[in-house]
Design a protein around this ligand. Structure first.
Ligand code: HEM
Length: 426
């Protein structure tokens, strides 16, 4: 496709090496800091060339909303015809990951899928399990697992990182198979062992190379039984996931782990770090807990208290903003050429989204955020967002309630050994 009526004008960017583009200039760790510096120099829309791909980096959520989430029509002029498409449709694909997506994962690994029928089918399965009216069904397991989290933190505070991983892994496990992880830690070890083999790197240019087919994601002895059980529930009409075979189901289940474990575990761990760095904030949240629940420690916070605990809700949003689990989001990939704010965006360009707030390094729930962007944008937005938000709210609120009573981390140094799972500043 071609914008025949106008000359192309591309977004600005740093000097491009004629052979390797910007591939050697972009650091593979803390990439978002480099992007932030470039945004200061070149503005909120700039362009890089990485491993042969055109990459547009967006730093303003307004632009990301308009391109990736907007249902506004945009116009493409072919010689005589005008093509009208919805912007969000154009920016909902993923870069072709020939090796990872197609050959190793049989083109079924959701996070990597291009926009199309297979993706729609898998997103529909997730939507069925995770839409707002379904997530109420997971409250019992969330309440139970959060009690286990409190218990584990109390009995082995030095293993805080592992407890957070258990919390999110067990919820993902329940989601996929209707069962909790066993209490003895063996299931958790199996799951973490497989997860640690995934390349978590989603930065442009690295191509998310993945050498492990998702069917390996669960310990072999668990896989057939669990997948078969889901199949039985489907066949009995308890679940309605039409046109799925066992392999599809394995990928859907594996995706729940891949996407839902480290992201949520890292978020809870960043909260623990925030509690240390910004103790006044925690105190304020704890004061709210005392006001709403009483200071006698008889009532544990639960979902029923969510509407009243407004400061706690703001604090959770601030954790998502302060240390998003995916700081540069996943790349989105455009299918046809577009023009935006006077810039040409070629077909097959990748996008990255990043948000900016005043004094962004400060942890400040007073922002009382209306929204954050940690779950991505548009048609590829995280389908786990409602469940994840509730899981994290419950864990964080209960930890604040609990830690005040037992560990007093804001007044006493050193009860935790924090092991962040995501690469992040500081
Ligand atoms: C703190 C928790 C979580 C965070 C911060 C998070 C964030 C994200 C982000 C940023 C994306 C990419 C969105 C985009 O491309 O614009 C994503 C995709 C996804 N997430 Fe999450 N996520 C979390 C938890 C979960 C959970 C619990 C599940 C399911 C059990 C889940 C399932 C998925 C799936 C399946 C995708 C791929 C969607 C697609 O490619 O179309 N996530 N998530």
């Amino acid at each position: 496709s071609k914008l025949s009526s106008k000359a192309k004008r591309y977004p600005p960017g740093p000097f491009r090496h004629p052979l390797v583009g910007h591939s050697l200039q972009v650091p593979t760790i803390k990439t978002w800091r480099y992007f932030e510096r470039l945004a200061h120099t070149y503005g909120s829309i700039f362009r890089l060339s990485l491993a042969g791909d055109n990459v547009i980096i967006l730093s303003d959520p307004g632009d990301a909303e308009e391109l990736v989430s907007s249902s506004n029509y945009f116009r493409i002029y072919y010689s005589n015809n005008i093509y009208l498409g919805r912007r969000s449709r154009n920016y909902s694909s993923r870069p072709p990951l020939v090796y990872a997506g197609k050959y190793q994962s049989n083109n079924k690994r959701m996070v990597l899928l291009p926009y199309g029928e297979t993706l729609k089918k898998q997103r529909a399965a997730f939507h069925q399990m995770l839409q707002p009216r379904m997530v109420g069904g997971y409250e019992t397991i969330q309440e139970l697992e959060s009690l286990k989290l409190l218990h584990d933190m109390l009995t082995r505070p030095s293993d805080a990182g592992r407890h957070c991983q258990r919390y999110s892994a067990s919820l993902a496990f329940y989601l996929a198979y209707g069962k909790r992880l066993g209490d003895d830690g063996a299931d958790l070890d199996g799951v973490l062992n497989v997860l640690s083999n995934f390349t978590k790197d989603t930065y442009p240019g690295t191509h998310m190379v993945d050498t492990f087919p998702i069917l390996d994601i669960l310990p072999d002895f668990l896989l057939p039984r669990l997948v078969l059980e889901v199949k039985q529930r489907m066949d009995s009409g308890e679940m309605n996931l039409e046109c799925f075979d066992l392999e599809d189901l394995s990928y859907v289940a594996g995706t729940a782990f891949e996407a839902g474990t480290d992201s949520a575990a890292a978020t809870v761990q960043w909260f623990l770090i925030a509690m240390r760095l910004f103790p006044d904030t925690t105190k304020q949240a704890q004061a709210e807990l005392d006001t709403v629940l009483g200071a006698d420690a008889k009532t544990i916070p639960s979902f029923a208290h969510m509407p009243e605990l407004r400061y706690c809700a703001a604090l959770v949003k601030e954790v998502f903003r302060w240390r998003p689990a995916a700081p540069v989001d996943f790349p989105h990939y455009s299918e046809i050429e577009d023009e935006y704010k006077g810039f040409t965006i070629d077909a097959k360009t990748m996008h990255h989204d990043k948000t900016r707030y005043p004094s962004p390094a400060e942890f400040d729930p007073e922002r009382f955020l209306k929204r954050h962007y940690s779950f991505g944008f548009g048609r590829r937005k995280c389908p786990g967002q409602y469940m994840a938000t509730k899981s994290i709210w419950l864990a964080i609120t209960r930890l604040m309630w609990h830690l005040k009573l037992y560990l007093l981390p804001t007044r006493r140094a050193g009860p935790f050994q924090l092991i962040p799972t995501a690469a992040h500043p500081e």
